[in-house]
Design a protein around this ligand. Sequence first.
Ligand code: SF4
Length: 311
Amino acid sequence: MKTVYWLQGGGCGGDTYSLLSSDFMDVSELFTTLDLKLLWHPSLCSIDPAAHERLLTDIASGTTPLDILMVEGSIIFGPAGTGMFDTFRGRAKKELCHTLASHARYVVAVGTCAAFGGFGAGHAIEATGLQFTKKKKGGALGREFVSGSGMPVINLAGCPCHHDVIAGALMAVASDVPLELDRFQRPLEWYNTMVHQGCTRNEYHEYRVEESDFGEMGCLFFHMGCAGPLVPGPCNKLLWNRHSSKPRAGVPCFGCTSPDFPKSNPFFHTPNIEGIPLELPKGVNRAHYMVYKGMAAEAAPERLKKRSAKV
Ligand code: SF4
């Protein structure tokens, strides 16, 4: 039986909610099936404070092995590097994170705050991710950190992270299945394709049938701030609650799997010059793209221009 400790740092708890909404398997059943013992999760466990303190002492001394450390929320260093904005029984939680990580066989950052710092990075609370602050490697544990398995922190990006990604990563590390990571340490299994892939609005994107307001079926990339072609993630393939995704429901992808999420520009606006987005789909040549899009818009079928489709 392997052990799991879930540490909650500076965040909204949204990744826990995401995991709880997993519907292919009840969460407790997931842990049972994987033969995992959940030592602690702030919403799922109820050991008393003294027992919790003993547990931490036992992990720190090596008496209780820690196989998987899951961290949700950013690691907070404020004020002035002390970490005292986020404490556990009077001690900075960043120290607890360090102690637990140094004993864990795998360390998994659940969500963009834990992976890259998220909303609190660059602000007064001095939030960082476990091994990155935004795109800069280092973070709370340092750029050279590797856990007992030899792996760096596994970054399950997303705000929140998709529940199937959390469950899938747990399955992998519980079975010692090696996960291949990208340069921001996100597993390629879920982060090797763009959010754009699988969006039901792709045909509109192809013919540059654009929306500049809500409630229509066109593409949201050119005016409405959709980051679907810019960021990797499984949202349009795994779907949320097996049903939908932001762009499928008419809301632009906010790019929440990106290390620099959230950006300072408004979510519902595409930064552009003369109507041409500043950021183009990954790997695309700007000049070629604009020629192609101009021709595609000319060739757009009437059924798309009339938004004949209702779904
Ligand atoms: S709405 Fe976004 S994800 Fe969908 S096709 Fe347009 S750019 Fe791609």
